[in-house]
Design a protein around this ligand. Sequence first.
Ligand SMILES: CC(C)(COP(=O)(O)OP(=O)(O)OC[C@H]1O[C@@H](n2cnc3c(N)ncnc32)[C@H](O)[C@@H]1OP(=O)(O)O)[C@@H](O)C(=O)NCCC(=O)NCCS
Length: 164
Amino acid sequence: MTTSDVTTTEMAAIAIRPLDVDDVGDVLKLGQRVYDLTVKPYTSWSLTAVATHLDGEGASCWVARAADGRLAGFVLGSVGFDQRRDWGNLEWIATDPAFRGQGIAARLVTACCRGLETAGVRAVVTDVESRNEASAGLMRRSGFEAGATVTLFVREVADIAPGG
Ligand SMILES: CC(C)(COP(=O)(O)OP(=O)(O)OC[C@H]1O[C@@H](n2cnc3c(N)ncnc32)[C@H](O)[C@@H]1OP(=O)(O)O)[C@@H](O)C(=O)NCCC(=O)NCCS
């Protein structure tokens, strides 16, 4: 299926609602399809990641469902970031490629942030992999501003000389 298969009427019928236990399988599979699980930060995508969010106190997790039941997208947010309990973390978001470019992710971000605000956080933090222009654009468009930059330096074990 391609984006052109999704009509304007279908897009208008996309409903955003809280993540339910019945959504877990579809959410896991969509993440497995769109995240590159061989590279950080996506290597931690798992059933545990979804379930932990679903169980978390104050979690703000939402799905976008088409009228025919297809999962168009999801977002997983939680209360707490590192040691800060007054910050929320929008950790995972994805839309099915067939539903992209129609504002669904922006709606999911709004729902997630509102839920975290209701849970009492003072700010919402999200990290964006430096090459992920779609995600960076989404976050800017949704009112996030770039803060600290963290670069993951990696030293492969095979490159380490004996004794050094
Ligand atoms: C990032 C992602 C969620 C965006 O989903 P989407 O539903 O297409 O996004 P939206 O249609 O809501 O777009 C909202 C804004 O995001 C930005 N955006 C979306 N796709 C973009 C792209 N390919 N390049 C640049 N900016 C983009 C735009 O600013 C857009 O607003 P505009 O249309 O008014 O210009 C989607 O591309 C995706 O699932 N990517 C793979 C998973 C991923 O990388 N998730 C983030 C890390 S967890």
